[in-house]
Write a protein that binds this ligand. Structure first.
Ligand SMILES: Cc1cc2nc3c(=O)[nH]c(=O)nc-3n(C[C@H](O)[C@H](O)[C@H](O)COP(=O)(O)O)c2cc1C
Length: 190
């Protein structure tokens, strides 16, 4: 059975939701998964990264930056992670822009910013649409996000939350992860 470690960092909860959805699909397809919030990772002294067939990292983007807790973990463990198969997914609203040209431009910009922050390269990086969680934003931020959403053609009713995650894309990404973990087992057994 393939063993997959998922480490995520989230601010408003969407990356966590996506992480558990992926984990569930991987488990249904026969993998063993362990899911950890990067915030709590220092409590897992026994964590043996090298015992996993694949490492999967997830984080969201805020003002062009990815969650500090995940960056901290990646930097701390870079030497152990470097020889291992690893993938990353980034959760952000730019991935959900309706206009294809605008979306591609915004994603190219996000990808550039992401790569500048990451201490390692990844075998695969997936950009996944996030959510507008007005219910979780304090007041000045709620107004700011409404203005940004209006420009982007996204939801502006601040009494509601809007989810833009493409779950079919998430499922396809989970299936790619399973293939990658199988490939790594096959290499080990060769
Ligand atoms: C203050 C703030 C800044 C954000 N900055 C960006 C950004 O730079 N690019 C982007 O595409 N999305 C941005 N977003 C959207 C978030 O990435 C999106 O809401 C995501 O679902 C958050 O995931 P999380 O709940 O796991 O933290 C921002 C959201 C907030 C509230």
């Amino acid at each position: 059975m393939k063993k997959i470690l998922m480490v995520y960092a989230t601010r408003e909860g969407q990356t966590e939701k996506i992480t558990y959805h992926i984990s569930e699909r991987l488990r249904k397809n026969g993998a063993e998964t362990e899911v950890l919030n990067a915030r709590d990772i220092d409590q897992h002294q026994q964590l043996e990264l090298a015992s996993f067939d694949l490492l999967v990292f997830g984080a969201s983007m805020h003002a062009g930056g990815i969650e500090k807790e995940l960056l901290h973990f990646l930097k701390k463990q870079a030497a152990t992670i470097a020889p291992m198969p690893r993938c990353l997914f980034l959760v952000l609203l730019s991935a959900a822009l309706e206009d294809e040209t605008e979306r591609n431009t915004a994603l190219a910009d996000a990808s550039h910013k992401l790569r500048k922050q990451l201490p390692l390269t990844f075998d695969h990086i997936e950009m996944i649409g996030g959510a507008l969680m007005y219910s979780k934003y304090p007041l000045p931020l709620r107004w700011m996000m409404k203005r940004i959403a209006l420009k982007a053609g996204q939801g502006t009713d601040t009494k509601k939350d809007y989810e833009y995650t493409d779950w079919a894309q998430v499922d396809a990404f989970a299936d790619t992860l399973l293939e990658k973990s199988s490939a790594s087992v096959a290499l080990d057994e060769a």
